[in-house]
Design a binder for this molecule. Structure first.
Ligand code: COA
Ligand code: MG
Length: 278
C-alpha cells in the first residue's frame, strides 16, 4: 500500500476553537493540532481540554490529524501525553528532540502511535541520525525559528543559514527510511517567498513542508506534487527501460541521458505520487 500523501502540514493552535473547527476544510494533507509554541503558557490547560473535546470532529476534511505536545521536561508534557493516549491521534509531534532515550520513552508510552520528531536545536541536529532510528519514529520535522535561536544564526534571504541543518535531516531521515518535512515559512502573506523556500527544500529531498496559515496550503501542495514535465519524463523513462529490457538491455536513453534501473524506481515513485496528488 502507498504511504499517505503528506505534502502540506498545517499547524492549528488548540487555543482557537474557530480555527480547530475549520481545520479539516483547509486542503492540508495533514493538520497538526498544536499544544506547544502556538499556545501561551496560561492557555495550555484550556487548549488541551479543547483539543480533546473537539478531537472526533476534526478529521472531517480527509486530512490526517496529528497532535503536537509540549516537550519532555516542560510542566505540560505529561498531561499532553495522557490526552494523546486517550484520543489516539494519527501521530504525535514531539518538539525539541535531542536525546534518543527520551524519545524512546515517549514511544514506549504511546505504543503504536507514530512519532513525528521535531529536530530544531544544535544538539538535535547532531543527534538526528540516532533520533530517526528510534522505533516508532515516522518522520523528522525541521523548525527554523528554534534552530536559528539555538545556533545564533541570522536570516539570509535565500535561507543559506538553514542549508546544513536541512541536509542533515534529509540524510538522517533517508538513512532510517522515514519521511522528512520542512519548517513553516513565517512571512505568511509572501507567496513568492514561500514558493521559493518550498522549491529549495523539495530539491534537497524533503517530502513536504509545514505551514502556519491556510493560505499557504495550496502553494505547498503544488510545489510538492510532480510537475507535468516530471510526469512526462517519468513515463518516458519507464517506457524506455521496458523497451530496452525486452531487447535484453539494462540501460536506455531519454532526452540524450542514460537511464538505468534506479531511474525506473524513481520514475515509478513520481508516477505514484502524481496519482495520489490528483
Ligand atoms: N489554522 C487554521 N485556520 C487558520 C489558521 C491556522 N493556522 N490561521 C488562520 N486561520 C483562519 C482564520 O481563523 C481565518 O478564518 P475565517 O476566514 O474562517 O475567519 C482565516 O484563516 C484567515 O485568517 P487571517 O485573518 O488571514 O489570519 P490572521 O492574520 O488573523 O492570523 C496568524 C495570522 C499567523 C497569527 C495565524 O495564521 C496563526 O495563528 N497561525 C498559527 C500559528 C502557529 O500555529 N504557530 C505555532 C507553530 S510554528
Ligand atoms: Mg519549535
Amino acid at each position: 500500500m502507498d504511504d499517505p500523501l503528506r505534502r502540506s502540514l498545517l499547524y492549528v493552535p488548540a487555543s482557537s476553537e474557530a480555527m480547530l473547527r475549520k481545520a479539516g476544510s483547509r486542503g492540508a494533507d495533514v493538520v497538526i493540532v498544536d499544544l506547544e509554541d502556538g499556545v501561551l503558557p496560561d492557555a495550555k490547560d484550556d487548549a488541551r481540554a479543547r483539543a480533546e473535546r473537539l478531537w472526533l470532529e476534526l478529521d472531517l476534511g480527509g486530512s490526517e490529524v496529528l497532535l503536537r505536545v509540549n516537550a519532555p521536561g516542560t510542566p505540560w508534557h505529561e498531561a499532553d501525553l495522557d490526552v494523546a493516549a486517550r484520543i489516539r491521534p494519527a501521530g504525535v509531534v514531539l518538539p525539541k528532540c535531542e536525546e534518543p532515550a527520551r524519545v524512546a520513552a515517549v514511544a514506549a508510552r504511546l505504543r503504536a502511535t507514530p512519532l513525528f520528531l521535531m529536530v530544531e536545536t544544535a544538539r538535535g541536529i547532531l543527534a538526528a541520525a540516532e533520533l530517526a532510528r528510534v522505533p516508532g519514529a515516522a518522520a523528522l520535522l525541521f523548525g527554523a525559528a528554534d534552530f536559528r535561536a539555538s545556533v545564533r544564526a541570522g536570516r539570509d534571504p535565500e535561507e543559506a543559514e538553514l542549508l546544513v541543518a536541512r541536509s542533515a535531516l534529509v540524510l538522517a531521515a533517508r538513512a532510517a527510511g522515514i519521511e522528512v518535512f520542512d519548517t513553516p515559512f513565517f512571512a505568511y502573506r509572501d507567496e513568492t517567498g514561500l514558493e521559493a523556500s518550498a522549491r529549495r527544500v523539495r530539491l534537497l529531498g524533503f517530502d513536504g513542508k509545514t505551514c502556519i496559515h491556510p493560505g499557504q496550503v495550496a502553494v505547498i501542495n503544488r510545489v510538492f506534487a510532480p510537475t507535468a514535465e516530471e510526469i512526462e519524463r517519468a513515463r518516458a523513462v519507464v517506457a524506455a527501460l521496458e523497451a530496452a529490457a525486452r531487447e535484453g538491455r539494462g540501460v536506455a536513453t531519454v532526452d540524450g541521458e542514460m537511464v538505468e534501473a534506479l531511474h525506473a524506481a524513481e520514475a515509478r515513485r513520481t508516477l505514484a505520487r502524481a496519482r495520489r496528488s490528483g
